[in-house]
Design a protein around this ligand. Sequence first.
Ligand SMILES: [Cu+2]
Length: 252
Amino acid sequence: MSSTGGGDDDDGMGSQNPPDTSLPTSAAVNVTVDKATVTTELRTANPIAVTVTGAGGFHGDVTLAASMVDANGAALTGWTVNLVPAKVTLSENGTAAAMATVTIPSMSANLTGTLKVTSTSAATQGTTSASSALTAVDAITFPVKFDAATNGCIYPADGGTIANPVVIARTTKIRFFNTGTQDIVIHVNSASGGVPITHQGQAPGGQADPKTEANTAYEQTPIGPSPAGGTSWYCHDLGPDLKANNPRFNVL
Ligand SMILES: [Cu+2]
């Protein structure tokens, strides 16, 4: 300590109080997620809430990053995560929220993945990262329902097109889930190359479940690949057949 008196410090920069941005050594940032585990399906978007909390007097910016990794910590091909926002600003000991949305592709070599959320800030203490373990059941669900206003079924907007069919692996169960109140029958277009799944109510695979009641699914696991051009489907009951604009998948 200097003995120069006068209340000045001896750093040559004149007397000063700590700047407003300084933090006590106890300052901490803690990151948590709302779901430690998630069980879902292929071809889904899964929102996972992230909470960032300051403690010990922390205030200021916290930069967030999110990634998807496999069991070995390597990047997970095809799985993506969108984190919004990527930076939050905490008031003293405050809390902020972010959302990490994990999108799982329709076909994936991995059925499990781990979301990792990490934070960077001026704090040197705290639990600065969090993770969530996601498991995708080997299934894809297409929601469909009868709409009285248009007197026909409403097909999923992202149900695939000729140019961009939903790509599905042979092992993956395909589910048509009736989100409406009226029974429907799923038509699967036959083609000279054969069909990977059976028209509902027909042989060989569709007779056990002749119609899709409300809040139930017509489920089939492919018996082979789609013919060239993929496989389109629509509501046999109660229509409409949109022909080239029917939803379309391609079982590989
Ligand atoms: Cu039909």
